[in-house]
Design a protein around this ligand. Structure first.
Ligand SMILES: Nc1ncnc2c1ncn2[C@@H]1O[C@H](COP(=O)(O)OP(=O)(O)O)[C@@H](O)[C@H]1O
Ligand SMILES: [Mg+2]
Length: 340
């Protein structure tokens, strides 16, 4: 096979834009990936780069190379209509003329992940700093003489304890999420009896519901098939959903769990008569740290991570999540898992 054919195939199939410029900074060659990423009417050959990519830094570097035959930098990041590219510039010396090769790698996805990571670190720091500031404030006040009054001492220690509990809960949730994401927490698939699991989980919430004046009940059909999944992880899903249902339902309300056999699967609904969720917020509540009402969630001891954990676990089971809600009336969180 001819060398040219091989080189052509490489340029054609590359997932990187390749652009060759002549001594005047005009296009000698562009590969299909480049043409796709930077569509130009009437072709690109002979056109100056400034017509194809609008980036002042890149133009300056190329102009510098054309005029002085030196490269100011051999790598530049550019942003072109919502996409990010890393541009590598390689001088090419030929007998007749020197020119420049440009390799443009699409780094949009890397940038997106980087932003998510940065936001996450900022969020975690903020979430940890808030209770920590309270703990510090109250303990300082106690040390500054507040301790002498027995009443104050007890009251402040209670506040400190509450904030410490919140920090511990936050760290637990973060570790759970991180294990789920790093796939350390493998989903073991075994038959799970949802009937037993739901009853056991609800038992744990009886006191919390009674104290708040909420009725919790379940109605499960006979002969519900077992589902294929990880019992502990599914229990976590039920705990997080029930915790929310009770938390976001005022006194006098009702939380009910029902299940239904569907085609090859079982659907579980956790329904409440609580405050509901505005339609605009529903697509975002599974995001880490997203809350409809930050102050309310914090006051109730929430971490903003419960539903992110739920979503991860259900996805890990190849299951489906569904939310229906109307503000002031209530919400229903449903998940569907394959039966066995
Ligand atoms: N059953 C529910 N009723 C009303 N709002 C809910 C319900 N479940 C979740 N939400 C909303 O979704 C947000 C995210 O839930 P979650 O991830 O569990 O965080 P947290 O409960 O710690 O605030 C909550 O802050 C709340 O605004
Ligand atoms: Mg929650």
């Amino acid at each position: 096979m001819g060398k040219n054919i091989i080189l052509e195939a490489i340029a054609r199939e590359m997932r990187t834009g390749v652009l060759a410029l002549n001594r005047e900074g005009r296009v000698l060659y562009a590969n299909p990936f480049f043409l796709n990423a930077f569509p130009a009417r009437g072709g690109v050959e002979g056109k100056p780069i400034s017509l194809l990519i609008k980036n002042a830094g890149l133009h300056k570097t190329i102009d510098g190379f054309i005029q002085n035959n030196t490269l100011l930098s051999d790598e530049i990041e550019i942003n072109e209509s919502d996409r990010y590219f890393n541009v590598r510039l390689v001088p090419l010396k030929d007998r007749e003329e020197s020119s420049l090769l440009l390799f443009l790698k699409d780094i949009t996805e890397e940038k997106r992940v980087e932003t998510i990571k940065k936001d996450f670190v900022a969020n975690v720091s903020h979430e940890l700093r808030t209770p920590l500031a309270s703990i510090k404030g109250y303990s300082e006040t106690l040390l500054d003489g507040g301790m002498d009054d027995k009443g104050t001492l007890k009251e402040f220690l209670r506040v400190i304890d509450r904030h410490a509990t919140r920090m511990a809960r936050l760290i637990d949730d973060l570790l759970t999420l991180s294990r789920l994401e790093s796939h350390q927490m493998t989903i073991v698939s075994a038959p799970v009896d949802l009937n037993e699991l739901i009853h056991a989980t609800m038992k744990g919430f009886e006191k919390q519901a009674r104290d708040k004046g909420i009725v919790i009940a379940s109605a499960l059909p006979d002969g519900l098939p077992k589902v294929l999944g990880d019992r502990d992880r599914l229990e976590q899903v039920m705990v997080n959903l029930l915790d929310n249902a009770i938390k976001y339902t005022p006194s006098g309300g009702r939380v009910s769990v029902t299940a239904e056999k569907t085609k090859g699967a079982v659907r579980v609904d956790v329904k409440d008569t609580g405050i509901g969720i505005p339609a605009a917020d529903i697509p975002r509540i599974f995001e880490r740290f997203y809350r409809v009402d930050k102050a309310r969630s914090r006051e109730l001891g929430g971490t903003g991570l419960g539903l992110a954990i739920v979503k991860h676990i259900i996805q890990g089971h190849n299951g489906k999540m569904q939310v229906e809600s109307s503000p002031g009336k209530g919400s229903t969180f449903s998940f569907t898992i394959k039966s066995c």
